[in-house]
Design a protein around this ligand. Sequence first.
Ligand SMILES: Cc1ncc(COP(=O)(O)O)c(CN[C@H](C(=O)O)[C@H](C)O)c1O
Length: 340
Amino acid sequence: MIDLRSDTVTKPTEEMRKAMYEAEVGDDVYGEDPTVNKLEKRAAQMLGKEDALFVTSGTQGNQIAVLTHCQPGNEIILEEESHVFYYEGAGISALAGVQPRTVKGKRGNMTVEAIKAAIRPVDIHMPKTGLIILENTHNRAGGAVYPLEDMKNIYQLAQEKGIPVHIDGARLFNAAVASDVALSEYGRYSDTIQVCLSKGLGAPVGSVIAGSKEFIEEARRWRKMLGGGLRQVGVLAAPGLVALDNMIDRLSHDHKKARVLAEGISTIKGLSVKNNVETNIVVVDISESGKNVGQWTEKLKENGVLAVAFGENLLRFVTHYDVSEEEIQRALSVLNKIAG
Ligand SMILES: Cc1ncc(COP(=O)(O)O)c(CN[C@H](C(=O)O)[C@H](C)O)c1O
């Protein structure tokens, strides 16, 4: 199977499995797992933050960030197709008791003006704006990169208003590589960042939240309350360290594979690439193909290719470490064959 459903499907490399086997471990609830302590320190340093916390998933990282930043009854500003709003099961309302204020972004990027207009004035009738969440890269915008300049301007506005900024950086490494921006720059223009080790970087499990020492101390309490107090977690932190040390720069190969896929698809009758392919995601409009999205995913699967439905007439393909350039070419010939 050529699995292009997501970069979440990547399996740990041999090097990661060796690191898991050899990991030095301890009880992390007592702060005694040397490997996760090393991972958290490494991640904080790379992201230009004081401290960091290993969490089980990007969703847990985002939800803990909201729980730690906000009070029940706050309103948070986020993009209308952001992962936190679109795909996290209304967790921000169910768990943190906050109200989403969605803003439509341009290719997923909310403008400073639109965010400014969404910030609540102080008024007893109105909720307080408790957090602004930026997603970089933006999944539903097709892996769109948030330009650093925009993030800087948004952060300046947020600071003036005393509102924290959280980056849902599940694919921040892709953004950094695609825009040649140092990871620490994103830390400069945000209060907290969630990054996934388990997507393009290929680790089997986990994310990291980075922020101030005080924030991480509080976030660690929330994680414990949610049952995330992990024990000998070094076996999972070890591949995360391999991911941070060896799997970031190679993301440019995934971006190249995505460009090759997009260029090939754009020559296929009835198919069109919807997004500007900046990173590892290709969104394809199949509305002119004479087949619906369910027929496409079914026929692709019959021919050994996996993709996900991404809307009524949209398919999403995500390139990653476990799909080769040769397999991209094979996927293109399957797409050609189905398109007829
Ligand atoms: C921007 C962003 N932020 C957070 C998450 C959540 O990460 P996990 O909870 O899956 O580790 C995802 C996962 N995205 C997954 C995928 O793309 O296949 C699915 C949609 O949940 C994400 O794309």
